[in-house]
Design a protein around this ligand. Structure first.
Ligand code: C2G
Length: 450
């Protein structure tokens, strides 16, 4: 009996998949089909999978070609499967020609000609038209966004707007996108907007973009006032548009896994959360010279508040800030201390003081620790009373990580999945409320430009 194996995601099952399975089955007597998990697809950079694993398996089953279906979860699994299932032939589409030659040591490798003019990507684009994203702002963050957006299928960077037209023009040239000098023409040309302008201008731009019926992905901090965040989410709902705050850690697969483990009871009840992120800035940087909106907490606070709010919620009983300021009065190191009914937390950040950037979640049975850069979580450990027992977890974090939030933003626009739970509207508004209170206590209340 000749045993054949093939693998795939089989998203939005189509004729190309059908024909591949049919021919793979024709190569032998028994066909095993490996269907990828979402986590494995994410790890290999395939971000926009629409169908759930269950649906994809069902679709493979329905063809009647698969004698057995297995789940493909990790890199390196193919070799083990081939040995385990005594495989004679490994089959895969010709788009992979050469990529699996290393399996020739274990079985015959067959590259089957790919069916032309059909692909899951094409179907995804047909079902949900490409979202043309316009970028507001042309600084460092906007420059980080573009290469990441290019890796997410289903979005295209349409152009840039910045009232400082010189900067916008330079940016557009560099990235080969359009430049818009008037907001009306800009909104006319786009479906969604990425706001990467200075903090104090976010509110005005978001309101404007929503009023024009555009979806909005806004850099953190979305606003510096809770009431404004709530108002904007209300407006988005009214307009039937997605408003999404880009605290990238919230969408990063490793951080998501860490939260899952923390909430699973593995470390017991959570009693303490300590999050720290410091980044020494150059003396002349905007962050250290803007005496109204600069400083460590407006810059990095969103990151360190995130695990606190995710793990303990928004209903803290006490909040106190301790701050070290520079000669201009700007906070260069800030510690926000929270008291909750069942635990305590600190969110610490610095631009002028260096500390160990780590995330620590302590519970009644053990603790989780993720070292810097935990805000791009790719590795963490779970420790227990028995010092010899350490569980290690790793997760892929590709590039700058913005691709994850862009991909989630897109899924929410297309209605294919809801990522709202990763950072809820309430959590976003709570972050704004904490930043607002901090700025008030610092004697520099936010006055967003309208
Ligand atoms: N395929 C095809 N013709 C198409 C589209 C896809 O023959 N028009 C084949 C692919 O070459 C692959 C299978 O259908 O053999 C599944 O394709 P995908 O769902 O895109 O999965 P893929 O990312 O190719 O999975 O471990 C995963 C595998 O290594 C590859």
């Amino acid at each position: 009996m000749t045993r054949v194996i093939t693998y795939g995601t089989f998203d939005l099952f189509h004729e190309g998949h059908y024909r591949l399975l049919q021919r793979a089955k024709g190569l032998g007597d028994y066909l095993i089909v490996g269907v990828t998990t979402e986590a494995y697809d994410k790890a290999r950079g395939k971000l926009n999978v629409v169908d759930s694993l269950v649906t994809r398996i069902e679709n493979v089953k329905k063809t009647g070609f698969a004698d057995e279906i297995v789940i493909e979860e990790t890199q390196g699994q193919k070799v083990n499967d081939i040995k385990k299932f005594h495989i004679d032939v490994f089959a895969i589409g010709s788009d992979w020609t050469g990529a699996f030659d290393y399996l020739k040591d274990y079985c015959r490798v067959a590259y089957l000609e790919r069916t032309r003019n059909i692909s899951s990507t094409m179907l995804r684009e047909k079902n949900s038209p490409i979202q043309r994203i316009g970028i507001i702002g042309s600084g460092r963050i906007a420059a980080r966004f573009l290469p990441e957006a290019r890796l997410v299928s289903g979005v295209s960077a349409q152009g840039v707007y910045n009232p400082h037209t010189e900067s916008a023009r330079r940016f557009a040239d560099q990235w080969d996108i359009n430049v818009y000098e008037e907001t009306e023409a800009f909104y006319e040309a786009v479906d969604a907007v990425y706001v990467a302008s200075p903090h104090e201008t976010h509110y005005g731009y978001i309101r404007d973009a929503l009023a024009h019926g555009k979806h909005v992905l806004c850099e953190k901090p979305m606003t510096l006032k809770q009431r404004q965040a709530e108002e904007l989410f209300g407006l988005a709902r009214e307009k039937g548009r997605i408003l999404f705050e880009g605290i990238k850690t919230a969408y990063c697969p490793g951080f998501h896994k860490l939260l899952g483990i923390a909430c699973s009871g593995t470390i017991g009840s959570i009693r303490n959360v300590e999050a720290c992120f410091t980044k020494l800035e150059r003396a002349g940087s905007r962050e250290l010279t803007d005496t109204v909106y600069g400083g460590s907490f407006t810059e990095l606070g969103s990151y360190v508040l995130l695990p606190v709010l995710k793990l303990f919620g928004k209903a803290y009983e006490e909040l106190r800030f301790d701050t070290i300021r520079d000669e201009k009065g700007l906070d260069i190191f800030t510690k926000a201390s929270f008291r909750y009914p069942s635990g305590i937390a600190t969110a610490t950040c610095g631009l002028g003081v260096k500390s160990e950037g780590r995330l620590l979640v302590a519970g009644t049975k053990g603790y989780i620790v993720a070292e810097a850069p935990w805000w791009k979580t790719s590795y963490f450990e779970v420790h227990y009373e028995d010092a010899g027992r350490v569980e290690k977890y790793s997760e892929t974090f590709l590039g700058d990580g913005l691709r994850y939030e862009i991909s989630d933003f897109l899924s929410m626009i297309n209605g294919s999945s809801s990522s709202e739970f990763k950072l809820t509207r309430g959590e976003s508004a709570a972050v704004a409320g904490i930043l607002e209170r901090f700025l008030e206590e610092e004697g520099r209340p936010a006055q967003e430009r309208q």
